[in-house]
Design a protein around this ligand. Structure first.
Ligand code: SPV
Ligand code: MG
Length: 431
């Protein structure tokens, strides 16, 4: 008896899956792999039902002979273990990012003469509705909020991209690349005070008020499902911060990062070139404690950001503060630096990790952009934030287009660098 293998990464069985099983039965005994929670999460298909329930969904299907667990989005282990005669899949994996998976399967099967069966993907109103429902569920505050904690447990490094609008949110949500035989995408989004302010043509001095910043969060959340880390600047007065915590939590934000500065806050990348005042340990700890007392769920995180290296107060001061902030209840520590080399970040992380093996560590590698996620991960970093690169890439591109139009008194010279009109029209999904 020949064997046919397929892998399901779904929370809901619909007619498309049933069609695959029906087709598979024509070729032999059907084995279905259920993608593990970890692999689903890495593949940005957060399960909305428990793993056992997902296994049962498949076990109960007519025509399924055996159910196995697939622990990786790529098929190497399954194909090597099961050596199926056929692997069957919807033909939606023939292009786009999923093609990397098909190529992987093709290569594996070619080693012993196995074959791929591509089944026409089932496009129906019902299937689209089910897909949309699952996506919408992921966007709901109670699902989205807790996902950052889940990601920290599962991902070697949570890759986080700056977003400041619906459009940049879509880029963080949808960009997938295939390289080194795998698929990669961002895990979370950072709502940077610098970029949110810059998008509004304002300086990064806590001038853009919370109402306006919440509006940005809303714009982003409306079109995305990934977890949000909010740049809360100094958090303002502790008496105000408690309200911010409640609002962010209610909106489904996963974490707020507040920095230990007081008075007129300037962007950290100015360092000591401008006057900035670091908060006292005691006062900042009070703010953390009040924030933690205000929050209503266990999911939300308040992460304390240490500015000692930025303000040249030394490593010992940074570590002293880290200990105090963790004691005060901070759910994580962000350490910032504006040095061109990552050495002081590595030193801080190594020393911090010796004392705290599982308090999440956050790093923003802007001035030391040569460092890789892997290197940071090896020093115990959990979250890497690319805090401003989208804004910095968009501005020169837009400026160049504006200059070209002025120079040539027409748009043709800029045209070849522009996204085709058809593409921009279809960039946004319609309901
Ligand atoms: C931001 O993105 O607004 C930050 C990070 O706070 S930094 O600009 O590096 O201070
Ligand atoms: Mg900021």
């Amino acid at each position: 008896m020949k064997t046919v293998y397929t892998c399901f990464c779904t929370d809901v069985i619909h007619e498309g899956h049933l069609n695959i099983i029906r087709e598979a039965e024509k070729y032999g005994e059907v084995i279905v792999g259920v993608l593990s929670d970890e692999a689903m999460i890495r593949f940005n298909r957060f399960p909305t039902v428990g793993f056992e329930e997902r296994l049962d969904l498949v076990r109960n299907l007519n025509g399924v002979k055996r159910v196995v667990i697939q622990e990786d989005i790529m098929y190497d282990r399954m194909v090597n273990e099961l050596r199926p005669d056929y692997v069957i899949h919807g033909d939606n994996w023939s292009d786009g990012p999923m093609k990397a998976i098909r190529d992987n399967v093709e290569m594996l099967l070619s080693q012993y003469g196995g074959q791929i069966i591509d089944v026409p993907y089932t496009y129906s109103e019902n299937v689209s509705r089910i897909d949309a429902r699952v996506r919408e569920k992921l966007a709901m505050p109670e699902y989205r909020r807790k996902r950052l904690r889940q990601l920290i447990k599962i991902c070697p490094v949570v890759k986080t991209l700056e977003v400041h609008s619906g459009l940049t949110g879509l880029i963080a949500e949808k960009t997938v690349v295939e390289h080194d035989g795998g698929l990669d995408q961002f895990d979370a989004m950072w709502i940077s005070s610098l970029c949110d302010s810059t998008a509004k043509g304002k300086p990064d001095i806590e001038l853009v008020d919370m109402t306006s910043r919440f509006r940005t969060i809303d714009d982003i959340m409306e079109v995305t499902t990934k977890p949000v880390i909010f740049d809360g600047d100094t958090g303002g007065l502790a008496e105000h911060f408690v309200y911010t915590v409640r609002s962010l939590e209610r909106m489904g934000v996963s974490a707020v990062i507040i920095e230990d500065k007081v008075g007129l806050k300037r962007n950290s990348l100015f360092g000591t070139e401008v006057s900035q005042t670091q908060d006292s340990i005691e006062h900042f700890c009070d703010k953390i404690q009040m924030g933690k007392r205000a929050q209503l769920t266990d999911d939300f995180m308040i992460i304390a950001r240490i500015e000692s290296l930025i303000l040249e107060q030394g490593m010992d001061d940074a570590l002293l503060r880290a200990r105090a902030y963790v004691r005060a209840g901070a759910d994580g520590i962000m350490i910032h630096s504006r040095k061109k080399e990552p050495d002081e970040i590595f030193e801080f992380c190594d020393r911090f990790r010796k004392e705290y093996d599982n308090v999440p560590l956050v790093v923003v590698p802007t001035s030391f952009s040569q460092v890789t996620e892997k290197e940071l991960g090896s020093h115990g970093v959990n979250i890497v934030i690319y805090a401003n690169q989208l804004t910095r890439s968009a501005f020169p591109a837009m400026e160049r287009t504006a200059k070209d139009i002025l120079k040539y008194h027409r748009a043709q010279e800029a045209e070849e660098r522009l996204m085709p009109i058809k593409q921009i029209l279809t960039l946004i999904d319609e309901l």
